[in-house]
Design a protein around this ligand. Structure first.
Ligand code: NAD
Length: 517
């Protein structure tokens, strides 16, 4: 099936599939070499896309810098910047079904989830940033004490050229998080998409351009991380890097960015502890815990992958997990009745199967799944069945490392203190959750968990008004809400001596009293 794209689209038809070019300085730029964008469900070609070199990165950064230096966009009043974002949201809304299907084909996420997460949430977040752009205090008056009357202003100014490095799991959502607040604040942006999932950022480039964003403010390159991504991160004209991906790559990004002292925002891996307390409503907690680890076949950094259950209720909980997972339909992600799709790539499938083997080798017991699902539907594509391990302790590889696949480890505890200790015994700290009928008990436990987001009787609830980011090695900085505008601005402190300098006694610290002659 070839996705039918709305026109105008950045893609052109080439050998029966859409071919995407990159967007640099307001121009669509093609290359001789290109990547194939492969459907993870059946390995068919979804699209082809131009392949960037470091020269394209240099061109994109130069275009972004020229746009920033011209001042056209950053000096546009916030209300006008907000109006442009409203127009972008409207244009995206018109294309929701088509882009959700494209995202489903490209990433393998079931289309039911794709409509909300890949397009619906980005749309809501753009609308929210439009509203915030109107209400954010871009200039903050500040009274200053002292003998002489001073006053001051804190100006929230754009940082300059911002690089956004986007992974393959939620390319739409993360492209929006890395570009829209930056643009709202008056910056210029260069997005580097993962080569497997470039289409949303390129479609967004067209939409932003159609809405009237000046050339060069938003640029997209598509390329290999260690070459093109690394070059972008190290570029001396890039002032800020916002990266989402693995903790290992995040460390490299931080090291490279340190050479030119860039501001760095990192949203990295997770190993979310999900605690079912003794008094939890299991009708809710079982479904919620499956949702926590199986959204996008587990390829979400904030997944709940360590399920902590009271020892006394373990058998009951595991039985109910097995029964409920048996009702889920895995298969064609473009079918609205599908619950679980494939993994992103052969590399990801191999990696997840290796973790499953290591779990078995370390003494874990597979009670559901444990390999590739059976049947002709799974001959092509990158499939791993939803898998649940019991007999896991927190020192095993499957409970320490981010698997990024449909694998849940069930661990037991005998007291709430022990549950909290196990939950926090990780280098990660992105997400955590607690299930309980007692909100006060759940809140007490939530307060003890080392994680940037804690959900009570819920999971994956990433709201546009709440900050999102990690504790410990899950990252630095916060996305979403007003925090994101804080991240993409720098403070300028302007102080005014209202006496015109005439009464400024501080001069005396250097000048002393003039001699009377
Ligand atoms: P990755 O961290 O290597 O890649 C993420 C993004 O960074 C991609 O756009 C990639 O091209 C780019 N990149 C890679 N090396 C770079 C470098 N040196 N400099 C700049 N950019 C670079 O992740 P991956 O290899 O695609 O997946 C590996 C593992 O990472 C997964 O199994 C998963 O555990 C984790 N992951 C996490 C997230 C997340 O949302 N936290 C997203 C994707 C992958």
């Amino acid at each position: 099936m070839t996705a039918t794209l709305h026109q105008p689209s950045p893609s052109i038809e080439r050998e029966g599939v859409p071919h995407y070019r990159m967007f640099i300085g307001g121009q669509w730029v093609d290359t001789e070499e290109h990547y194939e964008v492969i459907s993870p469900a059946d390995e068919s070609t979804v699209a082809t896309v131009a392949k960037a070199t470091t020269g394209h990165v240099d061109a994109a950064v130069a275009a972004a810098k020229a746009a920033f230096d011209s001042g056209e966009w950053r000096n546009t009043p916030p209300v006008k910047r907000a109006a442009l974002l409203d127009a972008v949201a409207d244009k995206l809304a018109d294309r929701m079904d088509e882009l959700a299907l494209l995202n489903s084909r490209e990433t393998g996420i079931p289309v039911r989830a794709s409509a909300g997460i890949a397009v619906g949430f980005p749309l809501m977040h753009i609308q929210h940033y439009a509203e915030l752009t109107r209400t954010y205090e871009w200039t903050r008056p500040q009274a200053i004490g002292g003998v002489v009357l001073h006053t001051g202003f804190i100006q929230k100014e754009p940082v300059g050229v911002c690089a956004g490095i986007v992974p393959w799991n939620f390319p739409g959502l993360i492209t929006v998080w890395k570009s829209i607040p930056a643009i709202a604040a008056g910056n210029s942006v260069v997005i580097k998409t993962d080569e497997k999932t470039p289409t949303f950022a390129l479609e967004l480039a067209q939409i932003l351009s159609d809405a009237g964003l000046p050339d060069g403010v938003f640029n997209v390159v598509v390329g290999d991380g260690p070459v093109v991504g690394d070059h972008l991160v190290g570029h001396p004209d890039v002032r800020l890097v916002s990266f989402t991906g693995s903790t290992a790559t995040g460390r490299r990004v931080m090291a490279t960015a340190s050479k030119t002292v860039k501001r760095v925002l990192l949203e990295l891996g997770g190993k979310g502890p999900n605690i079912i307390l003794d008094d939890a409503d299991l009708d809710v907690a079982i479904d919620g815990s499956i949702y926590a680890f199986l959204l996008h076949a587990g390829q979400a950094c904030e997944s709940g992958t360590r399920l902590l259950v009271p020892s006394a209720r373990k058998d009951e909980i595991v039985e109910r997990l097995i029964a409920r997972i048996a009702t889920l339909k895995q298969g064609d992600p473009t079918d609205p009745s599908t619950d679980v799709g494939p993994l992103m790539s052969q590399a990801q499938k191999d990696r997840v199967l290796n973790y499953i083997e290591s779990g078995r080798a370390e003494g874990g017991t597979v009670v559901v799944g444990g390999g590739v699902p059976e049947g002709p539907a799974f001959d092509k594509g990158f499939w791993v069945a939803p898998t649940v391990f019991t007999d896991v302790d927190n020192s095993m590889k499957i409970s320490c490392e981010e698997i990024f696949g449909p694998v849940l480890s069930v661990l037991t505890y005998d007291s709430v203190d022990e549950a909290v200790k196990i939950a926090n015994d990780t280098e990660y700290g992105l997400s955590a959750g607690v299930w309980s009928r007692s909100i006060s008990t759940a809140l007490e436990v939530a307060g003890r968990l080392e994680a940037g987001s804690v959900w009570i009787n819920d999971w994956h609830n990433i709201s546009q008004v709440m900050p999102f980011g990690g504790y410990k090695q899950s990252g630095t900085g916060r996305e979403l809400g007003p925090d994101a505008l804080d991240e993409f601005t720098q403070d300028k402190a302007i102080t005014v001596d209202l006496s015109g300098g005439v009464e400024n006694r501080a001069y005396g610290l250097v000048l002393g009293t003039p001699n009377e002659s």
